[in-house]
Design a protein around this ligand. Sequence first.
Ligand SMILES: *Cc1c(COP(=O)(O)O)cnc(C)c1O
Length: 396
Amino acid sequence: MTVTDYLELEEQFGAHNYHPLDVVVQRAEGVWMYDMDGRRYLDCLAAYSAVNQGHCHPRIVKACTDQARRLTLTSRAFRNDQFPLLLKQLHDLTGMDMALLMNSGAEAVETALKAARKWGHKVKGIPEGQAEIIVCANNFHGRTITIVSFSTDEQYRDGFGPFTPGFTVIPFGDADALERAVTPNTCTFLVEPIQGEAGIIIPPDGYLKRAEAICRTHHVLFITDEIQSGLGRAGRLFAHQHEGVKPDAIIIGKALAGGLYPVSALLATREVMGVFHPGDHGSTFGGNPLACAIARAALDVIVDEGLVQRSAKLGTYFLDRLKTIQSPVVKEVRGRGLWIAIELTGPARPYCEALQTEGILCKETHEHVIRIAPPLVIEVDEIDWAVERIRKVLTK
Ligand SMILES: *Cc1c(COP(=O)(O)O)cnc(C)c1O
């Protein structure tokens, strides 16, 4: 099989819902991925931050294989010996009262929306079917019908209607707009603390703090989607901690299982989670023992290897180095932790293709942005190596 053979199989038999770079990755270790010819590439996407711990982390792989031999799935009809331990670990790590485990990020977002609406009705007293949720323009929260119902990206919605009602869209980073949008029927403000898919957009200082205060004043839940920004990516355990806010609920996924398995969760206060009673919501695979064993190891790695601190320290280093690149095509370089955007004056795709030739894999985000988000285990000399290649491609 050649690279062309693989591309042709995908073209013929797979839905064309992605436009990947033409590299066929066969194995990976830490920050490095290897193609079919054994050529190595520095992974600067980390599967949209799902592999913050690095590819095939030995400790997580061991937890996975050990658990796979013992017990993989009971369904929640019975209990298992991994689920409660993960719940306790999530509580100890995040300080949130309770967790509800799902699989993909989108499912955890749906869980948050359900919790928010039900809280709005049962606790806040909003008439049934009237609860409104405020979200931000250029958000990315996943791909289900309900979630794309409040996307402002036309392509995400095109042809998929009818859509779910009950959402109000306001500009991101504008607390006054939030204040104006709140009505007596508002149950929740759902926000990414830093907008990832929109191009790593960092809101103005104080935005989240003010948003939190507005929510408190109007008895509105403040929920952050930390699926991509959380678990160390932005240099804090959660990106919202840059402003010291305390959300009523936090959505996590991606790195929660170190890239080995889809595991997501809604973390929430006892009051919010209290709206769920047996039969209200569920998932066959949510909270399964294999997922829980993998997530436990993935969280241990984040803590034991100091990945949050690493992200903060090395992220600043990487950002400062990238800012030294003098190029007419670079409009702005910004970031938090190891989550860096190089915004260009034109399309980013050709530069991503050029970086591939140089041995760096990254993905353009919203046309003009190169997103640099390597696994958090990256070393200083690997950053230096990457910066020289990025410099070469951007100044050619
Ligand atoms: C990736 C992502 C999601 C969706 O997660 P999936 O696992 O792809 O369903 C939701 N919100 C944010 C912020 C994300 O980055």
